[in-house]
Design a protein around this ligand. Structure first.
Ligand code: IYT
Ligand code: CU
Ligand code: CU
Length: 317
């Protein structure tokens, strides 16, 4: 019957329209109190139902913002309008998952078509937490207030592929003072459904020279990404298609130098400590998607004997 059919089309159109919406996450006009201030703000995910982030639109002033990170989690450290989240306070009480990174002078990566980050209170992601690292305080001499942030383009339409993050991190690296080169190695067997990496991000503090991530299949090492952690720590697009499937190994190495230090450097939260992180942003078939995975194992010496030489070559910036 025509009227019925027309109303169905109409309804669908309305649905498609309201399926898409935007969420604006902006600092509430802040003035950092010193150089290198980290400010965070929490924003409740606006719906209980599953929704998908399909695009990120950054709004950041180059002069004031050094970097921005967006996390998802269950319980932010605070729900005040904003808080100081430098090394001590942090972002979330529970585990935070990184979803987006903007860094000065780095082009931000787009999600591929049909790929979305799944959020919503039912999927264990109740809050967005925006972290902004403000650089030089001198940029605020004119007493302006900062409203930098990110607009999320969202949809309630289920996406064929779910975006996720695989984080490799070292927990026990010690860098000896004066020693020219120390490696932090991380490796885990991959035992889940296929993931399709499309971007990667490296993170260390001052002593990191190069971070490389690989898939190992039948003894062959394939590069997922290699970057200097001294360059803007954004997500960079992968250059080659390297899929990861059940039975593969995922591995990463961070190259550090202990030169210029007079005491041992450990993994930790301050800028005098170090970190070794390799983040893989991937998509996965939504049928069996796992949005976050991590690897904290050191891998065997024998395995890392076969790492490509490039992983030991510092990237000069
Ligand atoms: C000890 C360490 O390496 N911390 C890293 C990795 C990390 C990230 C997240 C650890 C946890 C997380 O929930 I997300 I537990 C670290 O803190 N990395 C920083 C940011 O916190 C994301 C970075 O810039 O990569
Ligand atoms: Cu920064
Ligand atoms: Cu760190």
């Amino acid at each position: 019957d025509t009227s019925n059919c027309m109303s169905r089309i109409k309804q669908q159109r309305v649905l498609t329209k309201t399926d898409n919406f935007s969420v604006d996450i902006r600092m509430p006009g802040v003035v950092p109190t010193g150089s290198d201030t980290y400010l965070c703000m929490a924003f409740p995910v606006p719906t209980n139902r599953d929704t998908y982030i399909v695009d990120f639109i950054p709004h950041a002033s180059m002069e004031t913002v050094h970097h921005m990170l967006l996390f998802g989690c269950q319980t932010p450290v605070s729900t005040r309008s904003y808080w100081d989240c430098g090394s001590v306070q942090g972002t979330c009480e529970d585990e935070a998952s990184i979803m987006y990174a903007w860094a000065r002078n780095a082009p931000p990566t787009k999600l591929p078509k049909d790929v979305g980050f799944k959020v919503g209170r039912n999927s264990g992601m109740s809050y967005f937490v925006l972290q902004i690292h403000y650089g030089e305080i001198s940029a605020f001499r004119d007493h302006h207030r900062d409203c930098s942030g990110i607009t999320l383009r969202m949809t309630s339409k289920p996406q064929p592929f779910i975006a996720g993050i695989y984080l490799l991190m070292s927990v026990d690296t010690v860098i000896l003072p004066g020693k020219r080169a120390t490696n932090a190695d991380i490796a885990c067997d991959y035992t889940s459904y296929p993931i399709y990496p499309f971007a990667f991000r490296t993170h260390t503090h001052q002593l990191g020279k190069v971070v490389s991530g690989y898939r190992i299949r039948d003894g062959k090492w394939s590069l997922i990404g290699r970057q200097s952690p001294q360059l803007p720590q954004a997500f960079y697009p992968t250059k080659k298609e390297v899929h990861v499937k059940y039975g593969d190994t995922i591995a990463a190495r961070c190259g550090f130098t202990g030169e210029g230090r007079t005491s041992k450097t450990y993994i930790g939260g301050t800028s005098d400590d170090e970190m070794c992180n390799f983040y893989i942003m991937y998509y996965m078939d939504s049928k069996h998607a796992i949005p976050y995975m991590n690897c904290m194992e050191t891998g065997s010496k024998e395995l890392f004997q076969h790492i490509p030489a490039e992983a030991n070559v510092p990237i000069t910036v």
